[in-house]
Write a protein that binds this ligand. Structure first.
Ligand code: MN
Length: 271
């Protein structure tokens, strides 16, 4: 790689350093303290976490969670943990729609294969379905930044742009931090960017009512048809249903000129 300027070589060193945790990166252990404090692992089948090593590709998962209130938990891997948001209405493919996403405690990477029931009375008690999963990548516009560092900066700035490569969700998305509640919890908005995967008026959570991993409904999961979850035994179940939905969402709106919810939000924020 030719060295052109001091700026270029500085950027190169940032790129190398990004494989190891940067000064912005927190350790998985410190980030998982709150997650563990809230749970009694002798009573819940949820993982304690901390053993999984970060894969080269960053993972994402969405879990449909029928707790005291139904919501969708969006989890995006960053620096050894799953950054997590509870999205009451779930994701929307419509770029004019903003979905409230309340940040919750970081979860362990092992949580990405969890599907089943959390006992009543325990933290988050209720049924958990694996609704979508896959990998995700940096979605920002700066081609010179290391992708992981770009994700870290976006997350810290509260303008977190990413591209999902899931079974049911694909394309470019953004989480925009709006404010913190009185407990210091950050509130964000989840918005689909305009691209070939956007679809105005589409209702993606209603289109997919079964597990992306086991095809079970919430009722079947709640009935405990398979009490112990083994992600490696059900890989082959992913199939047909997703292909149809990918085709149907691709036919959505691709007009780039219209203002998206994201653009309106950012315009308001900069005022
Ligand atoms: Mn939840």
């Amino acid at each position: 790689m030719p060295k052109k300027s001091a700026k270029t070589s500085k950027r190169t060193s940032t790129r190398k350093a990004a494989a190891a945790p940067s000064k912005n990166a927190a350790t998985a252990e410190s980030q998982l303290a709150e997650y563990r404090r809230k749970r009694d692992f002798s009573r819940t089948a949820e993982p304690a976490g901390g053993k999984a090593h970060a894969a080269k590709k960053l993972a994402f998962v969405i879990q449909k969670h029928a707790a005291s209130h139904l919501h969708y938990d969006l989890r995006l891997e960053l620096d050894g943990v799953m950054k997590s948001w509870a999205v009451p209405k779930g994701p929307s493919l419509d770029p004019t729609v903003k979905r409230l996403a309340m940040q919750v405690e970081d979860h362990p990477i092992e949580y990405n294969t969890f599907e089943g029931t959390i006992p009543k009375g325990e933290y988050g008690g209720g049924t958990v379905m694996l609704w979508d999963r896959g990998t995700y990548t940096y979605g920002g516009s700066d081609p010179t930044v290391d992708p992981v560092e770009g994700l870290r900066r976006g997350y810290q700035k509260g303008d977190f742009k990413f591209v999902l490569h899931g079974k049911r969700l694909q394309g470019s998305w953004v989480l925009v931090r709006t404010r913190r509640d009185d407990k210091g919890r950050a509130q964000w908005l989840l918005i689909k960017h305009r691209d070939e995967y956007a679809g105005e008026g589409s209702d993606v959570t209603a289109e997919h009512l079964t597990s992306v991993a086991t095809r079970r409904t919430m009722e079947e999961i709640a009935d405990g048809r398979s009490r112990v979850w083994h992600s490696n035994r059900t890989e082959g179940v992913d199939s047909g249903e997703e292909k149809r939905s990918a085709a149907s969402t691709k036919s959505g709106n691709t007009q780039p000129a219209l203002t998206s919810a994201y653009q309106r939000l950012m315009a308001r924020r900069s005022r």
